[in-house]
Design a protein around this ligand. Structure first.
Ligand SMILES: [Zn+2]
Length: 138
């Protein structure tokens, strides 16, 4: 298998491993970016020599509201690895990134749904429930 076939195979593999829905973007430099999950859980960037896996994990900063940004969890040089170890490593990284992301989700006490942290208004109430509930202003 030559490198362009391996590149195609890698793209197909990543597309299949990511949580659905998968959004695919191609950048000007010929690399591919895949974003899996709604809201986004994992992002993978594939360039002609590397695969970068990142998890969407909330970043707490004082003086700023809760923000969620992709945090890189690992990078592989796919050309240097044989197929099986590459796929195994990539699969583990995507799974790990997803677990990290999902562990930040919180359950809303009002609708009892599990929500991404950026969709929560407070630690216990999601934005949707917060907006839907009339509240008295003290
Ligand atoms: Zn809710």
């Amino acid at each position: 298998m030559d490198d362009s076939e391996r590149f195609e195979q890698l793209i197909a593999f990543v597309g299949a491993q990511l949580p659905k829905p998968v959004e695919e973007q191609q950048t000007d430099d010929g690399s591919f970016i895949f974003i899996g999950g709604e809201p986004a859980e994992v992002i993978v960037q594939i360039t002609e020599s590397t695969v970068l896996v990142a998890a969407f994990i909330g970043v707490e900063r004082p003086a700023e509201t809760h923000r969620t940004e992709p945090q890189p969890v690992g990078e592989l040089h796919w050309r240097l690895l044989p197929e099986t170890p590459l796929m195994n490593a990539l699969s583990a990284m995507i799974k790990g990134a997803r677990e990290s992301r999902l562990s930040t989700y919180r359950v809303c006490l009002e609708c009892e749904e599990k929500k991404a942290p950026e969709l929560m208004h407070t630690d216990d109430v999601c934005q949707e429930c917060w907006d839907a509930t009339p509240r008295t202003v003290h």
